[in-house]
Design a protein around this ligand. Structure first.
Ligand code: UD1
Ligand code: CA
Length: 461
């Protein structure tokens, strides 16, 4: 394959988004659109990248530079059409050789494979220009692909300029093309703005090159959703739904059970092992990795976590933590960042952990808060046990060694260390270290005053 350069058009204002944020920075699947496009295009290993920016150009450029620090930028001051946008890069195009793939910053569902197919056909047919097209149910608003009787590409006509008959065509222009750079450079100055919008249409290049006797072609992409161009918040929601459907389909194909796809959201970066069941209202966000044979949900919200095999996770939140094999989390637990929930741990009803390690087989079953704690193996944390890890200025650690037994409603005033097999009496506030095998109990005697209540309420009927 010859050298490849990429040109991304992203100057459009996106007025219909009604947003202070530039259109191409709106996220889909948690990733700004233009970043998604960059990622897709990167799969082709281009040698040079150029982006046309306009509205909010600096912020868009910043997002692009994160991937390609050497990308070239041109600002289009007058938004006079896609052809006008490409013309901004004429000097850059003249310095390129081989192929240039032109695509849009607002086409977030495009896939690398389609671009690879586009280039393959481009070279197989020996084209000067090849369009990536799509067969869609609702072609309205898109440019239509007009073919000759023999099926070869004739031209692209925009909706506003199309005849009644042309509007019936369901094959549309996705806005992505592969050009021979030299051919594009030759055709660009000959585009005019004689059309319904008085704009310079990049799509006119097809007719111009064809008129010169060059070969042009169109290749249909596999998934019509790839054509989705985002113009408003409705499109944004459509793209989000299509991306989600794509992700869930690939998980189900790989052996994951999804009870209710409509209420399940999985980030495309997430991995889920075979025979894991995702129950309704499950959200797997970011870079989450889940093992095999897990039961996740209902009502699970998991962000950037590693979850090992055979874990049960119900009605709980977890973030940036590890949950190890056979652990049971929830219902109503919160695992905050930097926690490590050990194998076979039970973390249950209304319990919260933060930056806390729970050793194998330990139990935190009811109403606890453990922050900055290091808990050993087979420790029992009684209901309502709290680490007092913060004095208003600084955070302090709590260390609880293997087999310790903490009674209910204990305050552990950090820094504090409880030895192995130690026992803490219910209701104690522990502010000093407890050695192994010791009992620590902090409790004032109970005062019992007989008949006291009778006197107090003697006047009450
Ligand atoms: C364009 C295509 C249409 C195709 C559709 C796919 C043309 C003439 N038409 O139409 O055939 O079906 O995309 O989504 O190209 N842009 C600039 N500067 C401008 C105008 C546009 O950079 O002055 C950029 C936009 O940011 C966008 C892309 O070019 O990324 C397409 O522009 P848009 O206005 O969305 O074109 P459509 O009317 O959707
Ligand atoms: Ca568009």
């Amino acid at each position: 394959m010859p050298n490849l350069s990429i040109l991304i058009l992203a100057a459009g204002k996106g007025v219909r988004m009604k947003s202070a944020l530039p259109k191409v920075l709106h996220p889909i699947g948690g990733v700004p659109m233009v970043e998604r496009v960059c990622r897709t295009v990167d799969g082709l290993k281009p040698s040079h990248v150029c982006v046309i920016v306009g509205h909010g150009g600096e912020r868009v450029a910043e997002a692009v530079k994160a991937r390609w620090p050497k990308a070239k930028f041109f600002t289009q001051k007058v938004l006079n059409g896609s052809g006008g946008a490409v013309k901004q890069a004429l000097s850059w195009l003249k310095s390129q050789k081989g192929d240039v793939v032109v695509t849009c910053g607002d086409a977030p569902l495009l896939q690398t494979q389609s671009l690879a197919n586009l280039r393959k056909l481009h070279h197989k047919e020996g084209n000067a220009a090849t369009v990536l097209s799509a067969d869609v149910e609702k072609p309205f608003g898109y440019g239509r692909i007009v073919r000759e009787e023999d099926g070869s590409l004739e031209k692209i006509v925009e909706e506003l300029d199309a005849t009644q008959a042309e509007r019936q065509i369901h094959e549309i222009n996705t806005g992505t093309y592969c050009f021979n750079v030299a051919a594009l450079v030759r055709a660009l100055p000959r585009i005019t703005s004689k059309n319904a919008k008085n704009e310079f249409y990049l799509t006119d290049v097809i007719e111009i090159l064809k008129g010169d006797g060059a070969r042009v072609g169109a290749v249909v992409c596999d998934d019509p959703n790839e054509a989705l161009g985002i113009n408003n918040r409705f499109d944004l929601a459509r793209a989000e739904a299509a991306l989600k459907a794509r992700t869930l389909a690939s998980l189900m194909a790989a052996g994951v059970t999804i009870i209710d796809p409509a209420s399940t959201y999985v980030s495309e970066m997430a991995h889920v092992g075979t025979d894991t069941v995702l129950w309704p209202q499950t959200y797997l966000l970011g870079n989450t990795r889940i093992g095999s044979n897990c039961q996740i949900g209902p009502w699970a919200h998991i962000t950037d976590c590693v979850i090992e095999n055979n874990v049960t996770f119900k009605a709980s939140f977890a973030e940036s933590s590890v949950i190890r094999r056979e652990a049971k989390v929830g219902p109503y637990s919160r695992v905050r960042p930097k926690s490590d929930v050990g194998p076979r741990v039970h973390l249950g009803n209304f319990s919260e952990v933060k930056a806390t390690v729970l050793g194998e087989g330990s139990k935190v079953n009811h109403l606890s808060y453990l922050g900055d704690a290091k808990v050993g193996k087979n420790v029992n944390i009684g209901a309502g046990t709290i680490t007092c890890n913060y004095d208003g200025i600084q955070k302090f650690p709590t260390i609880i060694q293997d087999h310790a037994f903490i009674g209910s409603n204990v305050n552990l005033i950090a820094p504090v260390q409880l030895g192995a097999h130690s026992v803490i009496g219910a209701g104690s506030s522990i502010s000093q270290d407890v050695p192994a095998w010791a009992l620590a109990v902090e409790r004032t005697g109970v005062v019992v005053k007989k008949e006291w209540a009778k006197k107090k309420f003697k006047n009450k009927k």
